[in-house]
Design a protein around this ligand. Sequence first.
Ligand SMILES: *Cc1c(COP(=O)(O)O)cnc(C)c1O
Length: 402
Amino acid sequence: MSEHIIALAARMSQIKPSPTLAVNAKAKEMKAAGADILNFSVGEPDIPTPDHVCEAGKQAIDERFTRYTAVPGIPELREAIVKRFKDDHGWEYEADQVQVSCGGKHGLYNMAHALFGPGDEVLIPTPYWVSYPPIITLTGATPVLVPLEEKDDFDLTEENLKKFATSKTKGIILNSPSNPTGAVFSAKALKVVADMALAQGWVVVSDDIYDTIVYGDEPLAHILDIAPELKNQTIISNGVSKSFAMTGWRIGYTLGPKHIIAAMNKIQSQSTSNPSSIAQRAALAAVSGPQDFPVRMKESFLPRRDYIIAELTSIPGVTCVVPKGAFYVFPNLSAYFGKSYDGTVIEGSVDMSAYLLEKSFMATVPGAAFGADEFVRFSFAASMDDIKEGMKRLKVAIANLK
Ligand SMILES: *Cc1c(COP(=O)(O)O)cnc(C)c1O
């Protein structure tokens, strides 16, 4: 063996592995070792992929649809996505304005590399989805965190946005409903974003991955409906991971101006070539088939959301914005920071999540992972029994802090 230890590229010191995937791995490890773990850390639906989608995947294998596909995805799938957007929203896109990628995450990665680089600033409303800052950082651009306040129900405000926008701002990433807060942006907030984007020439990236999971009767506000004239400055990111419980199939898609999608295709052609042919056929069945699955999934989440919110807010000192979409709650547990157990002080969300995992065997994700240390994220895409037991354990754990 030589004594050379190969140094990693400098960029590797700028990013960390996904913290949500890390908690999930630790919880699975403890579970495998026999611990009675309740897992509230997962960011995926707890129901299986629907049968008709799985059948389409099997059929693709049987037909030996197992070769490289077109770089941006099979034309049938891109056409089906165009049709779905037209039917659901009235938005007009063409197939060459669509890229299918290996998950929504990879679409965002392609988008960021096509658009951003050193000197550019990208606004990220915070709490943010864990992958936005590292994806931006890896392009050499600077993520600029725009804090959202619990008292505003995590909505964007004009003051906030103006405070962080500069002449270097190239764009903004919106996520509504949000992971981790479940909050949705109001039409008023989106109008503010649209006006600034139109005035300054920003690109608006709208990550709509949870758009089928919206509670209540109010339709989800979308920036393209509020400002249709923003279409050639807007990128839409979506996919089937959440809406059709297809996280493992790895299919997401991006819609946007032709020249941006073409640039993203160049990147994809030199990296993954294309997403899995089999998974694309399954996604085609999801996008073009009946749309009752996401509706049923959402309806099944609602009682769980209501229960977990009622339980959390019954704990003294705990506040929690009621999520209007997605399947996460993001309670503020900071009233208990500074308290201790077995001589260990809970300094922040990382300690709180570690305490809940070690002493109460429940996996959660510390708010610090989302840029908001006062909070802890619980996914309620878990069984009602687990949620009931988890809330019992949480109350005991909190009461044991001195
Ligand atoms: C899950 C998720 C995605 C996309 O996930 P993929 O599995 O890569 O499709 C994108 N944005 C947010 C906010 C998510 O939670």
